[in-house]
Design a protein around this ligand. Structure first.
Ligand code: LMR
Length: 397
């Protein structure tokens, strides 16, 4: 038969955890797997600002016709301003354009095909470790994938090793950087580190691709954009993948953008013609709803304020969970050992737990996290921190 030679591949390491967690009958289970924000009730609710925007759309939306290869133009304008700042000189000079994509993952896929087709021969450099789908997306697009170190054997950010490796990258290659809330480690570069990376990027004539999936979850909506804006203002060309999954809670609406910055307004038109062509062959035109919601929120002063407050609420809750977990670990003599949890940013913590300890946590305590020891701090149930700390202490014995 036609399909006889087709074998089975292992399930996705992150999405598979969602399923395993759902099937676990233990009522005292912990979901620290997939990167989804949960509130104090353990729910991932629709943001109030989103609900209000959706109500407006239901009342006012008159058509569901296709929205064009680059998506909804107002969404593109708003997302450029959110990412680069409304007063960005690039916006004024028409040197920046957003192509709406199905989520941040769609933006990454579009960037991968763009590099493969329009910049042939360029390799891409990913941090080690990185989000596993970075590896597969660029591989599938046919790019040569290489790595620069990011975290040392002591489970701490190793900027010197990162810079030393980047200095050896062939001129013209693409380097993928995480704007903030590094996935999976939670370790972010300081402003000084970013300036040093920028110098290497400039001297090696590298093309940065900045993955910006967690704007607002690190230090704040504006603060988290600092490195992206530095690179956009200092370099003639830049690719940025932006996601609305986390900060707008629009996970299932698949809303994101590939933002491209070019050296001139004219070059932008060339590059965007290529992006529209590639997108047409990937998904034709992007889904509309999430982008319409985002544009509605960002285009209305009251909704935008409400939304920014909601993002800030999620951000501060995650930061609080980090310090509460450390407090809960203290009676077990583990506060020092896990002090990095307090220094990391965003949803994720590279805990330093080994794959065996992660397995033991899952098998014996129904604590679900990614095998590499990545925990989604935003998934912690604050009312059961003591039992989580107890479980961690058991596997650390
Ligand atoms: C994660 O890393 O958990 C998130 O980015 C969700 C995903 O798609 O993997």
């Amino acid at each position: 038969m036609h399909f006889d030679a087709i074998g089975r591949v292992p399930g996705d390491p992150i999405l598979g955890l969602m399923e395993a967690y759902a099937q676990d009958p233990n009522p005292r289970k912990f979901d620290l797997g997939v990167g989804v924000y949960k509130d104090a009730q353990g729910l991932t609710p629709v943001l109030q600002s989103v609900k209000l925007a959706e109500q407006r759309l239901v009342d006012r939306q008159g058509s569901k016709t296709y929205i064009g290869g680059h998506g909804f133009a107002e969404f593109g304008r708003q997302i450029n301003a959110l990412v680069l700042g409304a007063d960005s000189p690039l916006i004024a000079a028409q040197r920046v354009g957003a192509t709406q994509t199905p989520g941040g993952t769609g933006a990454l896929r579009l960037s991968a095909d763009f590099i493969a087709q329009c910049l042939p021969g360029r390799g891409i450099w990913l941090s080690n470790p990185t989000w596993p789908i970075h590896e597969t997306i660029f591989n599938i697009a046919g790019l040569k994938v290489s790595h620069y170190p990011y975290v040392g054997s002591d489970n701490r950010l190793d900027v010197e090793a990162m810079l030393a490796a980047l200095r050896q990258v062939p001129k013209g290659d693409v380097v993928l950087l995480h704007a903030c809330c590094h996935n999976p480690t939670g370790f972010d570069l300081s402003h000084d580190d970013w300036r040093r990376v920028l110098e290497v990027v400039r001297s090696r004539d590298l093309l940065p691709l900045i993955d910006f999936a967690y704007q607002g979850f690190g230090d704040g909506l504006e603060q988290d954009a600092w490195a992206v804006r530095l690179f956009a203002n200092e370099l003639p060309e830049l690719l940025i993948t932006s996601s609305c999954s986390k900060n707008f809670g629009l996970y299932s609406d698949r809303t994101g953008a590939l933002i491209v910055c070019t050296r001139s307004a004219e070059k932008l038109i060339d590059v965007r013609s290529q992006l529209a062509n590639i997108a047409r062959n990937l998904w034709s035109t992007p889904p509309d709803h999430g982008a319409a919601v985002v544009a509605t929120i960002l285009g209305d002063a009251d909704l935008k304020t409400l939304w920014a407050d909601e993002v800030e609420g999620m951000r501060t809750r995650i930061a609080q969970l980090r310090s509460s977990l450390l407090q809960a670990l203290e009676p077990h003599g583990l506060r020092e050992r896990f002090a990095h949890i307090g220094e990391q940013r965003g949803m994720f913590s590279y805990t330093g737990l080994s794959p065996e300890q992660v397995k033991q946590l899952r098998d014996s305590h129904s604590v679900y996290m990614v095998g590499t020891g990545r925990a989604n701090v935003a998934g912690i149930d604050a009312t059961r921190l003591d039992s989580l700390a107890e479980a961690i202490a058991q596997v650390c014995k």
